[in-house]
Ligand binder design. Structure first.
Ligand SMILES: CC(C)(COP(=O)(O)OP(=O)(O)OC[C@H]1O[C@@H](n2cnc3c(N)ncnc32)[C@H](O)[C@@H]1OP(=O)(O)O)[C@@H](O)C(=O)NCCC(=O)NCCS
Length: 171
């Protein structure tokens, strides 16, 4: 029996996979994914990133396969509740588990869980958006598959010589 904070994917090869909100004891597994997929050097640094982002009110959703954390996504409510906005901050899957629909499962769980948060206030999710490097073409292809569109470009945003693309999807 699934709780309201758990989803299962449709694909037969992912039958044992679960998408759920992270718990404090997931720190090491989350750190392993962060270390593999981002500019994070050690498990200790990954654990620190997890703790610091939880304190900043980021929600972490993990993909779990046979008790192993193989992917994650993070999101945050932005603005006032009446804006009904959600920013996707991170999404990453361990390299050996890519191309199996894991990130799609994480994305679907994010939409569901964010909408459930808004429903607690009698509202519903209206827009999801994210920033991604202009040159991360693989991520662009994934986001487009998730029904998102390139909404605008932020010039020289995080770095003086690097643009960011804003992708968004309205509901
Ligand atoms: C981007 C990433 C999360 C995708 O994870 P994944 O589990 O392999 O993606 P999925 O298998 O769920 O793919 C879902 C859909 O996106 C498409 N897709 C995923 N990666 C793709 C790529 N590199 N190129 C083209 N299409 C891609 C898939 O073909 C699939 O489409 P389909 O449903 O029509 O078959 C993964 O490659 C990753 O962790 N990358 C490193 C971290 C990163 O760059 N994150 C984004 C930072 S902004």
């Amino acid at each position: 029996m699934l709780t309201s904070q758990e989803t299962l994917p449709n694909q037969s090869q992912l039958n044992k996979m679960k998408f759920r909100n992270a718990k404090p004891e997931d720190a090491a597994g989350i750190a392993a994914v962060l270390k593999e997929c981002y500019n994070i050097s050690t498990i200790e640094e990954g654990i620190e990133v997890f703790r610091s982002e939880i304190q900043k009110q980021y929600h972490f959703i993990v993909a779990e396969d046979n008790d192993k954390i193989i992917g994650l996504t993070t999101w945050q409510m932005h603005g006032l509740p009446k804006h009904m906005l959600c920013e996707l901050d991170r999404i990453a899957v361990l390299p050996e588990f890519r191309g199996k629909g894991v990130a799609k499962g994480l994305f679907d769980a994010l939409i569901k869980f964010a909408d459930e948060e808004y429903q607690k206030d009698g509202l519903s999710l209206r827009k999801v958006y994210l920033l991604t490097h202009a040159d991360n073409k693989r991520a662009h292809a994934f986001y487009q598959k998730m029904g998102m569109s390139h909404e605008t470009t932020l010039k020289n945003h995080f770095y003086a010589d690097k643009d960011e693309w804003v992708f968004s999807r309205f509901f």
